[in-house]
Design a protein around this ligand. Structure first.
Ligand code: ADP
Ligand code: MG
Length: 359
């Protein structure tokens, strides 16, 4: 949300909605298009916001903003129709329902997301794994919404047979995907919102816009400058489990994407143990460590989104070391023994922050 004016200049600081459950059936609502260059709506069980600077060289009428808003809504509903596990007839759901050993042809869009997901799986030693869907659902975090009745050890053992990114074989020339078991089930919730952001950024570009911010469910991509002629400032939330939303850090982004993954919003507690919606495919258990959130920067929101989930699974040490070794710009917010949050920046991230966020 926009910050109130500070020191005469308006700063655009956005509290990120992170860790929002990739949840409900998608209802595409009529987007709101305001004349101040703001477009908002709902998609993928969450909200989106687009802000842009009207081009000075092009004539720009309100009708143009409305047309842009409709195109953005169409673009997002297209991504949803392809990649949602909450829509029974989405392309992804049809693949999930398809038989074993039969090549399934994917749209170029879904194929691109599968390719990126498998690359992140390979580079994160399997921490990111879209075949984790059956486990996500078993813990009550996927469709249909189930009360959290914990799966038994025996059930988990059976589910594990269906999990493993190596079960998926992509064939780029034919744009097909193949699975060796009918019950392999993919969940793109950890990467699709970022992809949707990239797609909306393309729509902006196609309209000749050069200064904008696109945000879907907390994943962000910016280009150019904000309406004050300054770099876009994006707020990173302090992870809390009491529902409060406070900006802990702000980053200034230029032509960059940012995604955050956290364990503090979508979770439940049974017998004192926290069950979050991030599942570690190596243990078949929800992640349970001191890492509360990870924010990743990349050129592409899809990559930032997938990696934020991957690093969140890897945890505060393994995740940090891998991010540093890969030269990634990432911020790890880690719970300390005294109940505080410690910040850990990778080298590439340091220098981008502009101090603690203030309201
Ligand atoms: P959010 O959806 O809260 O913004 P993420 O982008 O991190 O957060 O995506 C989390 C979702 O990713 C989970 O709800 C689940 O559907 C899926 N997921 C959980 N564990 C993994 C994993 N190890 N690899 C890939 N996707 C996962
Ligand atoms: Mg993610």
């Amino acid at each position: 949300m926009p910050e109130s004016p500070s020191s005469g200049k308006r700063n655009w600081l956005y509290a990120l909605s992170i860790g929002v459950a990739a949840c409900l059936l998608i209802a595409l609502l009529i987007p709101r298009a305001n004349d101040d260059g703001t477009i908002q709506g709902e998609t993928m069980g969450t909200t989106y916001t687009v802000r842009f600077l009207k081009p000075d060289k092009l004539p720009w009428e309100k009708a143009h903003t409305e047309r842009l808003a409709r195109e953005i809504a169409r673009c997002l509903s297209d991504v949803n129709a392809k990649m949602s596990t909450y829509t029974p007839d989405s392309e992804l759901s049809r693949f999930n329902e398809s038989p074993a050993h039969v090549p399934f042809e994917l749209s170029p869009e879904t194929f691109e997301v599968f390719e990126a997901a498998l690359a992140i799986s390979a580079e994160s030693a399997g921490a990111f794994d879209i075949t984790v869907g059956p486990l996500v659902n078993a813990y009550g975090f996927g469709p249909p919404p189930e009360p959290p009745a914990l799966p038994t050890g025996e059930q988990l053992e059976a589910l594990r047979q269906r999990v493993g990114y190596r079960l998926l074989a992509l064939d780029p020339p034919s744009r097909t995907i193949l699975k060796p078991r009918a019950d392999v089930y993919c969940d793109l919730s950890g990467i699709a919102k970022g992809y949707a952001v990239d797609r909306v950024a393309e729509v902006m570009k196609a309209h000749g816009l050069t200064d904008y911010m696109v945000e879907v469910g907390g994943e962000v991509r910016v280009r150019g400058l904000n309406p004050d002629g300054m770099a876009w400032r994006i707020g990173i939330e302090r992870p809390t489990r009491d529902g409060t939303r406070v900006v802990m850090r702000a980053v200034e982004l230029v032509d960059r994407a940012l995604a955050t993954s956290g364990d503090y919003r979508n979770y439940y507690i049974v017998d004192g143990r926290v069950y979050s919606h991030m599942i570690d495919p190596r243990t078949a258990m929800p992640v349970d460590h001191a890492l509360a959130s990870v924010t990743v920067l990349d050129q592409k929101a899809m990559i930032a989104d997938g990696w934020a989930t991957a690093l969140m699974v890897l945890g505060p040490d393994e995740g940090y070391n891998l991010a540093e070794a890969r030269g990634m710009a990432a911020l790890f917010l880690v719970r300390t023994a005294d109940g505080n949050i410690a910040e850990r920046f990778t080298t590439a991230f340091a220098g981008l922050t502009v101090g603690p966020g203030k309201r």
